[in-house]
Design a protein around this ligand. Structure first.
Ligand SMILES: *Cc1c(COP(=O)(O)O)cnc(C)c1O
Length: 423
């Protein structure tokens, strides 16, 4: 459920007409709804409220790292799951307490490990024995203790797009589950590390709970083996991955169903559970508002609706062939079949092919829905287009929460070297 609804034939973000945002901020622009974010955060937390111990929920920052979003979720009691020093700095800047930050990622540099220790973050999710050894050394030299979980690769096909699968043995993430007991024991013996948990994250946009349940069951067996070996496990991080509906009418497992499954599978674990939801919180809390540049009619094909947003602003369709619903802001009731494309000089800059949509014409406004996760955060400046603005709506007011970065600002950071000027 979200708060992007039609009123008297015009699309609103909460109580603000889309057209007003377009007029004041221009297009393309990402629009986030505070009420939707808060609702999603509450529903997800409530779905886990029956667990024996209060869980730790860390929002996956990479899905939407805007400071306003992190600040909003922090006020809802969410921590942050970060995958780079940049994301950690953002989470801290947004007011997320350091102890509520989990640092994931296969390629944390020594500099990032030091930064995490300096900030005294809550947990490092170690993705290899090598990383654990390096962190132990750095922490021991500093006379500190790094709280760690070992990320395990359970070798499970999440049944999602291959580019967002992370839990198969061929993927780069985590340590092989059959070596996890031994690696955990070796890391637990190192000064500098406090091994306290296990972590798993098998992929994103999962439309079926079965692969998650299989991964959690495997993790439960591993938990027993690690404890049987004499090591301590107090925390288990179950990652993120819950899918969201991108198409009207599409069915997805609900947070409540997910929570019930987690509660059943983990009933005897006696640990603090941790979660890293991203998309399920942010996805439907944002839209990308765009304007039709023109409609190009070719002889043998459906017309091209050329919009002012492009693959650099919203990469998912080009990257994964992903679907985003496209709705006119003021639909006139007519429908058309069209290809929706951006202005970029790549055939991949296609949002939809032969799609039935609201009939639109030059100058009309429209939105790509479900753009709150993996939207603005994946933007590039390809074709020297700059970065789009982001807006957050709260009732009948809104504020720009990320300025539009013009191509000129990017060019200003470049220079022609002296050796080219002189010759
Ligand atoms: C991306 C990621 C998440 C979030 O995944 P969603 O599908 O957005 O919930 C959680 N944990 C880790 C380690 C990730 O890399």
């Amino acid at each position: 459920m979200d708060f992007f609804q039609y009123r008297d034939g015009a699309l609103f973000a909460e109580d603000v007409p889309m057209a007003r945002i377009a007029q004041e901020v221009g297009t393309p622009v990402y629009i986030y709804s505070r009420a939707t974010f808060e609702r999603h955060a509450r529903v997800f937390a409530e779905a886990l409220s029956g667990l024996p111990k209060k869980p730790h929920i860390a929002f996956a920052v990479k899905s939407n790292p805007n400071l306003a979003v992190l600040s909003l979720l922090s006020k809802q009691g969410y921590g942050a799951d970060v995958v780079s020093g940049g994301e950690m700095a953002r989470a801290l800047a947004a007011g997320v307490p350091a102890e509520d930050i989990v640092f994931s990622g296969v390629g944390k540099s020594a500099k990032e490990l030091v930064a995490g220790l300096e900030a005294q973050i809550g947990q490092f999710n170690i993705e290899s024995e090598e990383e654990g050894v390096e962190l132990a050394q750095i922490a021991a030299e500093r006379g500190e203790l790094a709280r760690c979980a070992l990320r395990v690769n359970p070798d499970i096909d999440a049944g999602t797009h291959e580019k967002i699968s992370t839990g198969k043995k061929d993927n780069k993430f985590g340590v092989p589950i059959d070596q996890a007991v031994a690696i955990y024991a070796r890391l637990a013996a190192l000064p500098g590390l406090e091994m306290r948990g296990l972590a798993v994250h098998i992929g994103s946009q999962l439309g079926d709970l079965a692969p998650l349940e299989m991964a959690f069951l495997k993790l439960g067996e591993l938990l027993a083996e690690v404890r049987a070996g004499g090591d301590t496990v107090t925390h288990i991080d179950l990652g993120g991955g819950l899918g969201v509906p991108y198409k009207k009418g599409e069915e997805m497992p609900s947070p409540a169903q997910y929570g019930a499954m987690v509660q059943r599978v983990t009933a005897n674990w006696d640990v603090t559970l941790m979660f890293e939801p991203g998309r399920v919180i942010a996805g439907n809390a944002g839209v990308l508002l765009t304007q039709v540049v023109r409609v190009k009619r070719n002889a043998n094909r459906d017309p091209f609706v050329i919009v002012d947003a492009a693959m650099n602003d919203l990469a998912r369709p080009a990257l994964y062939g992903a679907w985003h619903d496209f709705d006119a802001v003021e639909p006139n009731g007519a429908r058309m079949v069209a290809n929706i494309v951006g202005p970029i000089c790549e055939t991949g800059d296609t949002f939809a092919t032969a799609r039935e949509i609201d009939a639109v014409a030059t100058g009309d406004l429209a939105v790509f829905r479900t753009a709150g996760a993996y939207g603005a955060t994946m933007a590039s400046s390809y074709n020297s287009r700059g970065f789009v603005a982001e807006v957050m709506v709260d009732g009948d007011q809104f504020e720009v929460v990320a300025d539009r970065i013009l191509p000129e600002a990017i060019t200003a950071a470049e220079r022609v070297p002296a050796f080219l000027k002189d010759s």
